[in-house]
Design a protein around this ligand. Structure first.
Ligand code: HSE
Length: 297
């Protein structure tokens, strides 16, 4: 067994509007772990995108790695992990899913579990409770997924999403649980049919890479954004300004509070500069689709 690994996991955006709990996209923003075997546990965060103080047993990475080792009836070897993350916490960029995928891969490497990609898709989605962010972090690219009642995930995976994406990260956190608590428990049938039709159109538009049409449907969500929008700083203003400056469309990234626009790559630099000048309190980042998913070196 090797004694050192680097594990890289992309962050992700979920939903892209109406693809609620199903559609994900791996982003070129990363969580990186440098792992080396040693005779006690040590987890070190190299930046602010992790807890500053924690007990080992409460750290999500350790919890997941231990859970997976236990599930496969293996002892988890002790190690030192240095974590560097470009994913701010509780902002809707899949930071938890990335740590879950990293924890599964950590156990996979440390315990030599030989997990398949399908195992990783199932395990990470079961832990998250929905497959959107988790599948995107495992595979990169665009993922359209369904998880059955036994936790088995079926994912349609598409690379070459050659548009650019701009994320608007506000300086406030929003926990997914809080953002899910405002959602209705039920929809009536006519409403659900319209919501699901918009999700179908989004998926189809992305599959044929009609990004203009995808942008239109990203703005046509009925499952969650109408109920979450009041929790999101400058929700309407950012969407309107993005459209006026050439974005195809803008949606909440996951449960928010980050928003994400899909834009033509040709306008990317000017677009970001214009939006940053208009929204100086947001951290605005130009990203693209990650093409690799979780990687181990
Ligand atoms: N699909 C999830 C949601 C993503 O919108 O709540 C965040 O976990």
């Amino acid at each position: 067994m090797s004694k050192k690994w680097q594990i890289t996991v992309p962050g992700s955006t979920a939903n892209l509007g109406p693809g609620f709990d199903s559609i994900g996209l791996g982003l070129s923003l990363y969580l990186k772990l440098d792992v080396s075997l040693q005779d006690s546990w040590e987890i070190i965060h190299l930046d602010d995108n992790g807890p500053s103080e924690f007990e080992l047993e409460q750290h999500l990475l350790y919890i997941i790695a231990k859970k997976i080792a236990d599930q496969y009836k293996k002892n988890l070897p002790t190690c030192r992990v240095e974590m560097a993350s470009e994913l701010p916490l509780a902002r809707g960029l899949g930071s938890s899913a990335a740590v879950i995928v990293a924890g599964i891969e950590l156990a996979n490497q440390l315990c030599d579990l030989k997990l398949t990609v399908q195992d990783k898709l199932n395990l990470s989605s079961q832990i998250e409770g929905h497959p959107d962010n988790a599948t995107a972090s495992v595979l990169g690219g665009l993922t359209i997924s369904s998880m059955d009642e036994n936790g088995i995930v079926d994912t349609f995976h598409v690379n070459d999403i050659n548009a650019s994406f701009v994320v608007y990260v506000p300086d406030v956190e929003l926990k997914t649980s809080e953002s899910r608590s405002v959602l209705p428990k039920q929809f009536d049938r006519a409403y659900a049919v319209r919501a699901s039709a918009n999700a179908n159109m989004l998926a189809a538009s992305l599959m044929v890479r009609d990004f203009e049409r995808a942008g239109h449907y990203m703005e046509a969500d009925l499952f969650h954004e109408p109920f979450r929008s009041t929790l999101i700083p400058q929700y309407a203003e950012i969407k309107e300004a993005a459209k006026a400056n050439g974005a195809y469309g803008t949606a909440l990234s996951g449960a928010g509070p980050t928003l994400i626009s899909i834009i033509p790559t040709a306008i990317a630099e000017g677009f970001v500069a214009t939006m940053q000048a208009k929204f100086p309190e947001h951290h605005i980042i130009l990203t693209k689709a990650d093409e690799h998913g979780v990687q181990v070196i």
